[in-house]
Design a protein around this ligand. Sequence first.
Ligand code: NAD
Length: 404
Amino acid sequence: MENDPAILRRTFFEKMGIGTLGAVAAGAIAQRALAAETKKEWKQTSDRKIRIGVVGGGFGCGFQWHNHPNCTVEAVSDLQPAKCDRLKKVYRCEKSYESLEKLILDPKIEAVAVFTDAPSHGRHCVDVMNHGKHCVCAVPAAFTLEDIQKLKEIKEKTGLRYMMAESSSYHSDLYNMKLIYEHGGFGKIIYSEGEYYHYNVDTAWGYKEWRNALPPMFYPTHSTAYYIGVTRGRYTAVSCLGFRGKAERYSNNSYKNPFSDETALFTTSEGGMARMNVCWGIQGAHGEIGRVFGELGSMVGNTFRAGKGIQTAYEGIGDKKTTQLADHRPALPPAMSAGGPGGSAGQITDEFVMSGIEGREPLVDVYEAIAMTAPGIVAHQSALKHGEQLKIPQYDPPKLAKTG
Ligand SMILES: NC(=O)c1ccc[n+]([C@@H]2O[C@H](COP(=O)([O-])OP(=O)(O)OC[C@H]3O[C@@H](n4cnc5c(N)ncnc54)[C@H](O)[C@@H]3O)[C@@H](O)[C@H]2O)c1
C-alpha cells in the first residue's frame, strides 16, 4: 500500500505544497524544490580561520584553502622537494615539512588535507586523527577493509571531523539529483548507474606507481556516488565482472590484478539495483556520468564530455517533456571559483572549512565515504571469483544503519 504510485505521487505533491496531480508537472516541481535550496550569496558568519596543513603536491595543489576567508594554510608537505615547492607557491605558504609524519606534530595545525597516494590514505588519515587533527582526504577512503575499520574506529574514538573529497558528489548533476531525492521527487531509486572512465592502461604513474594495474573497483567513488551520494542509502551485496587487460602489466603486478575494467551490480538498502562501471581500458572515454531511475521520476547527468558544461535532465511523472536543470550548488565565497573536476574543488574546499566553522559533519562524512569505498573493495573480490555475489559489510553506527 505504501508503495502505491498514486499515493507516492500525492505525498510528493502535498510535500511540495502544490495542489493535485495533473495540474502541475513534476519537472516544474523539481525546479521549484531546487530553487528553494539555492543560496544566492555566500555570507561570512565568523572571523575564525581554520589552520590547515596540506600534504601532497600533485592533485593536492588544485584546491583553494588559501582563498577561503575562514581558512589559512599553516604549512605544507610533500616527500618530493619539487612538489613541496609547488605547494608552497600555490598556497603562498612559507612553512613546510619533509613529510606528513612531521607536519602532524605541529601544534598550530588544526586540520590536515591528505592528498597523498591512494594506498596510504587509510594509514595517513588514522595518523592525522591520532594526533588530534581533523582530516579531509582525497578519494578513496582506503584500499583495504582493515584500513576502513581502523578509520571508523579512530573517528568514533576521537570525534574529530573526517571528510572525503569526493568530486562527483559536488558535480552539479549529482547535487541536483540529491536535492530532488531529498524533496521526494524520485520516490525510491529503483535503478541507478554510475560510470568513471579514465584511459590509462599504457602508463604506470603516481607515487611508487600505485596506479600500475590498479584494480578498477579500488577506485569506485566517482561511480558509486551516483547512488550513495544521491540517497545516503547503502549497497548490501555485489556481483562484479572484470575485463582482462591486454597490457603486460595485467599479468604481473603488485595487486595480482588481471582486470583493466570492472562492472559491478549492487543491491541497495532501498531494495533496488545499482550498476557501476570503473574502466581504464576504453580509449577515448574520460570522465564521470550517472543516471537515476526512481518510482516518480528519472534523471540523466551529463558530465561526460569535458568542456561541454554540465547539463542535467529530469523527467517526472506528469511531465510531458524533459526539464533541463541549472546548477544549484551552494554559493562560494567571492574570492573562490569552482575549479577542479566538474567544478568540485571550490565546493570541497568550502564544505570542509564551513563544517569546521559551523561545528557539523561534512556532506561526505566518514560513513558516506566508507559506503562509497568499501563496496568497491568487495566488488573486486567478487570479480576475482567470476561474479560470485558477496555481502557487503556495513560500518554505520546503529542509529544510522540501513538494512536491505
Ligand atoms: N577527481 C578526484 O577526486 C581525484 C583526481 C586526481 C587524484 N585524486 C586523488 O588524489 C590523490 C593524489 O593524487 P596524485 O595524482 O597527486 O597522486 P600522486 O601519487 O602523484 O601524488 C601523491 C603525493 O603524495 C606524496 N606523499 C606520499 N606520502 C607522503 C608523506 N608521508 N608525506 C608527504 N608527502 C607524501 C608523494 O610524494 C606524492 O607527491 C590520490 O589519492 C588520488 O586518488 C582524486
